[in-house]
Ligand binder design. Sequence first.
Ligand code: 5GP
Length: 201
Amino acid sequence: MLYNQSMQKKLFVISGCSGVGKGTVLKEFMARNSGFVLSVSCTTRQPREGEIDGINYFFINHDEFEKNIREDKFLEYAQFAGNYYGTKKKYIKQKFEEGFNIILEIETQGALQVKEKMPEAVLIFIAPPGVNIETGDISGGLRELEQRLRTRHTEDDETIQKRLQEVKTELDRSKKYDYIVVNDDVDRAVKEIENITKKLY
Ligand code: 5GP
């Protein structure tokens, strides 16, 4: 086994379409629960203002990232909006050894790679209101998002269609997740995630 299973620590993967409020839900979850660590990923994108190397991400260059890919250093990695993002195996191993449950906040391609390598990982997708979890019908969620984008008046029609296509792909991939949590209310969504994590002890 690649990772230390004897310690019974769990790995959770949390994804969600952009604009769904995933960051707020996660921040609130971390504030209310101890014993969890948010994984720090590697990326080739430039740091945004206020972001700190080693805290928000490990910022590395393209060559270094590809060297790590060749040397099989990543548990998962993906390209997103023109940059590489990935989770180092060594980082995960270390956090398990330190006794943490680990949360990866990553996009869906990487999440499905994690599930393949670690079937015991728990995948949670945060969906926008309007998605029908029972039937798997995502059209309500897409309509809601389209409406939001249109009322913002910041994107043209072509950009809106592109964004919606990306969201559709993400929502389609979410069908392979273990849980879908609808973020209709932050407090409720956090409690639902807490219930999922507690169920697994
Ligand atoms: P941002 O550039 O806004 O910080 O992140 C862009 C996207 O990359 C987000 O959807 C985020 O969840 C995802 N992401 C961050 N780190 C990783 C990672 O290590 N692996 C993968 N596959 N996606 C990541």
